[in-house]
Design a protein around this ligand. Sequence first.
Ligand code: BES
Ligand code: ZN
Ligand code: ZN
Length: 469
Amino acid sequence: MSHALRFARPDEFPDTDAIPVHAISADGADAALAQLGAASRQWAVTHGFSGALGKTCLLPNEAGGIAAVLLGVGTSADRIRKRFAAGAAISDLPKGLYEVASASLEAHPQNLREEIALGYLLAEYRFDHYRKKSGREAALVALAGIDAPHFERLAQAEAMVRDLVNTPAQDMGPEELEGAARELAARYNAKISVILGDDLLAQNFPMIHAVGRASPRAPRLIDMTWGEGGPQITLVGKGVCFDTGGLNLKPGSSMGTMKKDMGGAANVLGLAQMIMDAGLKLRLRVLIPAVENAVDGSAFRPSDILTARNGMTVEINNTDAEGRLVLADALALGAEGAPDLMISMATLTGAARVAVGPDLAPFYTDDEGLAAQITAKSPDQFDPVWRMPFHAPYEAMIEPGIADLDNAPSGGMAGSITAALFLRRFTQGAARYCHFDIFAWQQSDAPARPKGGLGQGIRALYAVLSEGV
Ligand code: BES
Ligand code: ZN
Ligand code: ZN
C-alpha cells in the first residue's frame, strides 16, 4: 500500500550532486560552525542553530539553492529521550537529494548512523490508502558504513505492520488478514493453509470458533510455514480484527481504536517478513487466529464454559477477554509441533498499558538467557521492551473452581500477568516460550512514528533470532 521505504539509488538522480548534511551535536556545534566560511557561520548564528536534536539549518548557495544542511543531533541523552528525531528531520527537508557527510559522522558513536538511517526510512512512511498525500520528496543516499539493505528490510517490515493495523476493520477482517498472510507467503515461497468452517473449527479450535462465530465474517486459523533447516520458531499473533468486547460491550471510548486488535498478528507477520527476506536459517511457523469479536444472538456469553483444544475448560467471565481464548487454541496447536521457541504477540490487556504505558513492550519468558538477549538487543534496535514476571503465586487467580481456568479474574489486579499466565497453560511441548503484550499503536505523532499502527518488539526479536537461538 505505502511506497517502498528505501535509500536513493544513484541512477535515480543522474547528474545530480547530493546536498551534504552535516551531523552536528550540541557539544560540537561551536567547533563545527567555526569550520564554516564567515557568511555561512553568520547565517547559522542568525538562525540560532545550536546542534539541538532534530533542528536543521539550510545554508543557501549563490543560485538560491541549498548548499548544505546542518543537522542537529543533540546529545546522546537527548537521543534516548526522543529517538529517531535526527533521521526524521532529514525526511522533512525540501525536495532534493541528500547525503550525510561521512566526515561529520566520525565524531559520533556508530549507533547514530544506524539511528539516522532507520529514523529517516521510518519517517518516510505514509498511510495514504484512503487519502493521497504528497509522496517522497527528500531522498537520502545510504549512509556510509551501514548495511543499507538491512535497514530497508526493517523499515519495509515496519511499513507492512503499520498498513495492516491502520487499515480499518471494514477492509481488514479475518478474510483480508488471511489475504495479507497469503500475499506474504507467496512473496517468499512459504506454505500456507487456513482452517475455516464452523464444523472444523468448532471441533479442533473451539475457542477460536466461540469468539468468532457471532460475526458474519468467518473466523479462521492461518498457518504459514517456511524454511528448511535450523531451529523451529513458532510465532503466534492475536488477530482480532475488531474487538467490540462482545456481549460485555466496550464503551465507545475504548472501542474506538480496536481496529488495532490484530496488532499482534501484524507484528508477527512483520517479523516473519524480516526473517524470510533475510533468509535466516530457521524453520518458521506463523499461526494467526483471525476473528472478529462481535455482538449477535449467537455470541458466546459470560458464564459459558468452553473446552479448549488442549482439553482444558475455561469459564468465561468477560467476553472482552477474548484474545487469550483465541491465542490459547493457536498456542496449543503450536506446542504440538514441539518448537524450540514459541513467541506470542498480542494487544492483550489494558493492564499492560497501565503498567508500562504505550511505548514499552512488556514481555514474559521463563528463559533467563532469552530474556537477557532480548533486553540487550532492545536499545541497539531503538525498540524499547521491558521484562515482566510469570509470577507463579498468581496462578490461583486464574482458577475459578468450576472450570480449569477463568478468562477474566475479578478485580483485574496484575491483569497483564494473569493473562500471560493463562497463555502459558497452553504452551506445554514448546521448549521455550516468550509472550509480548503490546500496544501496537502510536497515540500522537512522534519522530518516525506517525499516529497510528506501530511495530513493537519485532526489531529486538529479529536481532536475537539473527544471532541464532
Ligand atoms: N483488546 C483488549 C485489550 C486492549 C485494550 C489492548 C486497550 C490495548 C488497549 C482486550 O481484548 C481486552 O479487552 N482485555 C480486557 C481484559 C479484561 C476484561 C480481563 C482488558 O484489558 O480490559
Ligand atoms: Zn477484548
Ligand atoms: Zn482484544
